[in-house]
Design a protein around this ligand. Sequence first.
Ligand SMILES: Nc1ncnc2c1ncn2[C@@H]1O[C@H](COP(=O)(O)OP(=O)(O)OP(=O)(O)O)[C@@H](O)[C@H]1O
Ligand SMILES: CC(=O)N[C@H]1[C@@H]2OC[C@@H](O2)[C@@H](O)[C@@H]1O[C@H](C)C(=O)O
Length: 400
Amino acid sequence: MSKLGIGLMSGTSLDGIDAVLCRVNGTGFETELEVLHAYSVAYTDDEKQKIMALCDEHTARVDDITAMNFYLAEKFSEAVLQLIEQSDYSLTDIDFVSSHGQTIYHLPDEGSTKFQPKSTLQIGDISVISERTGLPVVGDFRTADMAAGGQGAPLVSFLDYVFFKDEKKSRALQNIGGIGNVTYLGRGDDQQLTSFDTGPGNMVIDEVVYRLSEKTLTYDKNGQWAAKGQENSQFVEELMDHEYFSRKPPKTTGREVFGKAYVDGVMKRAKELDLSADDLVASVTAWTAKTIAKSYKDFILSANKPLDEVIVSGGGGHNETLLRYLQEYLPDQRVTTIDEFGISSDAKEAAAFVLFGYHFLLGETNTISEFTNADHEVIMGKLSYTQPQAFEKVLSIRGS
Ligand SMILES: Nc1ncnc2c1ncn2[C@@H]1O[C@H](COP(=O)(O)OP(=O)(O)OP(=O)(O)O)[C@@H](O)[C@H]1O
Ligand SMILES: CC(=O)N[C@H]1[C@@H]2OC[C@@H](O2)[C@@H](O)[C@@H]1O[C@H](C)C(=O)O
């Protein structure tokens, strides 16, 4: 029997919270998932800067992290309530909430001392969300995959595999959020599955635009600013030199690597090269597209894996200049956006968490170990229900 789940996603771009209401039925390849309503709320600049400070080892304070764990949970709860308010449903119709949380730090590789195992931290406490909504809330997904030896990301590849594996076409599902990540799906019986973070998505473009606009713009709307400039090829090639791009998958990255400190270096070098603001925005946009195209060439095409089409999702799908560069660097592939397949670019990740939460509640695995390089598949998630009625909903899902 189908259930109604709400997915919450607040990604590494720190643009805000995406909430989607979905009808879900079945598991694995039998899954049916329909997005019924979507709602997004932007973080204020103040909120974004405060969260960003927690993503940086030099500025994060333990009291701030603790408080933000609760503050964000309130924001997530408000997003659920707003979503419901705007939809044709009421809270009592909903069976569960599934929340990604806000990643503030992700360490997919062990450090040099015994106190630095690989680890990851998503905040926005699920008990607070359960208490405010009266619903059972699933959260904290990445840790289970990491405990099984995985990178804890990319997780959305599971949705890509379930809905986009095709008999006739080999596909790359490219998400361009704060970070870019790809799921490669060979055609037909080809089970060579690959998934990794390609590098920055909008993260560097956003920060450069924020600084050049003297904090008045947080992103380059539709890529209009980049379209006014010309990419500087020397600068783009220099940026391509970062060790992340030559490192073989499996690999994942985040704000720890391509955050503010990285952009300090980008701005400094752009100044030395005397780049105009227009050319700098064009250059980081071209470079972002090139990091994606190069990673396909090095880790997919060079391994003799065919690639017919590239399906872009995430906010970067709205950046027309970024998509133009991507098509230019991948002349033999058709580059399109996921909207063509009836899924909104902005709703995909939040919908994926409905899929994960539902599998979790049914006790079904919700990872594919090849994608995250885990030792085996796991059931990701943890559960909170602060009221007996919420527990009843869990029992009813399990009994259905
Ligand atoms: N109209 C637009 N034009 C250009 N860029 C846009 C537009 N709308 C959104 N974006 C970009 O998309 C970003 C948000 O993307 P998205 O919500 O997919 O990221 P995220 O989920 O936070 O990150 P991640 O997937 O890395 O966790 C914004 O920060 C902005 O850079
Ligand atoms: C640790 C973390 O939050 N990683 C995010 C980030 O944003 C994009 C990319 O890096 C991806 O690997 C992941 O999110 C998506 C939802 C994923 O796991 O598929």
